[in-house]
Design a protein around this ligand. Structure first.
Ligand SMILES: C[S@@+](CC[C@H](N)C(=O)[O-])C[C@H]1O[C@@H](n2cnc3c(N)ncnc32)[C@H](O)[C@@H]1O
Length: 208
């Protein structure tokens, strides 16, 4: 693990405090109202979603490759009915059987995985036929000017953070992976630097 990833883990909650208080926690809560049954969350980080799971969630498998992030998770905050299992693994190679999960959750993660198409293929593989993918991601801007700046700054940003990209076309990637959207909101993330502000959140199912 790089020193940047260690530092990022130590600072993550403090850096996110303003956006969380300004609306991100509300977005998380609203998104997770759809969670039920067996849930797999990828890149769970420090557990910013944990308290927002509803009682309908029977079990949470929380995947996180960075132990410095995972050790900050407070499983006692879990809002679901069952237990939380924290698993050290990567989104591109999920240690979960095919069609075994009702809901997959990814929040602010598809910006960080090395290959989002591979991660989305894994998400699709582990979901049951009626399964749902709940996502909340910061993404490439729709307007050309902001996106050009994102493309310019991204190599430096990615070096500083150790994994994050600010210019991912995540909406198109989800569709290209064979999903269709049940709903999607495109709204700027509150109290966030302008190049990281464009965001999408919603629910997707395997396209019929
Ligand atoms: C910006 S943080 C988001 C954490 C949390 N999901 C949230 O909403 O606050 C990105 C997370 O993705 C994790 N991550 C990076 N690469 C990953 C990968 N290949 N597979 C799964 N998680 C990954 C990082 O370790 C980090 O915890």
């Amino acid at each position: 693990m790089s020193i940047r990833q260690k530092l990022g883990a130590a600072l993550y909650d403090a850096i996110m405090k303003r956006p969380e208080q300004a609306g991100l926690q509300r977005w998380r809560r609203d998104l997770l109202k759809q969670a039920t049954g067996t849930v797999l969350e990828i890149g769970v980080g420090t557990g910013a979603n944990i308290a927002n799971y509803p009682p309908e969630v029977e079990r949470l498998v929380a995947v996180e490759p960075n132990p410095q992030m995972a050790r900050r998770i407070d499983v006692d905050e879990f809002g679901g009915a069952g237990g939380v299992e924290i698993v050290e693994a990567y989104a591109g190679d999920l240690p979960v059987d095919d069609a075994s999960v009702d809901i997959v959750v990814a929040t602010l993660v598809l910006c960080s995985v090395p290959d989002s198409a591979q991660a989305l293929a894994e998400i699709r593989r582990v979901l049951t036929d009626e399964g749902r993918f709940l996502f909340l991601e910061h993404v490439a801007a729709e307007d050309d000017k902001t996106r050009t700046w994102q493309d310019r700054i991204d190599p430096l940003w990615n070096w500083c953070t150790g994994d994050c990209h600010m210019n991912r076309r995540t909406e198109a990637a989800i569709r290209d992976a064979g999903f269709e959207f049940e709903w999607i909101e495109r709204e700027p993330m509150p109290k966030t630097p302008s190049l990281l502000r464009p965001a999408i959140r919603g629910s997707a199912v395997v396209a019929s």
